[in-house]
Design a protein around this ligand. Structure first.
Ligand code: HEC
Length: 124
């Protein structure tokens, strides 16, 4: 019984930590992200609606996932010569903002991922 009492505060702390990192928190600003994401759209397409199979579609992607990938590129645990460089200067707020922006662009055009992509850029 003594042991259980001693362990409990640690378990509580762990649970509190889980709760804090649990559900998606929308911390990013779509407006700020729109400006910060201008350079990204050279490759990822307007609004992140890439029509080039070399560049992943970011439009409508969950912002949490985008932030996670950007952190991995920055840390070098996900390796890509281009993206390691693109993620390097980003602050956590920059990541949240661009993620919020790209997440938001899907609904801009009737929920369709590929509307707005010029026909000649569409993968066959
Ligand atoms: C010069 C082209 C280029 C630019 C500019 C660029 N990216 Fe990328 N991005 C890529 C490529 C190529 C990949 C695929 C990497 C791989 O295969 O792992 C990628 C992958 C990603 C991914 C992972 C997508 C997934 O589905 O896992 C995210 C997120 C991302 N880029 C965000 C950004 C952001 C944010 C910016 C602007 C700060 C940016 N990119 C600028 C080329 C680019």
């Amino acid at each position: 019984m003594k042991n259980v009492l001693r362990i409990n505060p640690i378990i509580l702390l762990a649970l509190a930590g889980l709760a804090a990192t649990g559900p998606a928190q929308a911390n990013g600003s779509i407006e700020d992200g729109k400006t910060k994401a201008i350079a990204c759209q050279v490759c990822h397409g307007k609004g992140g609606k890439s029509g080039n199979p070399l560049y992943p579609v970011l439009s409508g992607q969950h912002s949490q996932y985008i932030v996670k990938q950007l952190k991995a590129f920055q840390a070098g645990t996900r390796k890509d010569p281009i993206m390691n460089g693109m993620a390097a200067p980003l602050s956590e707020q920059d990541m949240e903002d661009v993620a919020a922006y790209f997440h938001s662009t899907r609904s801009e055009q009737n929920g369709s991922l590929d509307s707005g992509v010029p026909l000649e850029n569409k993968p066959q």
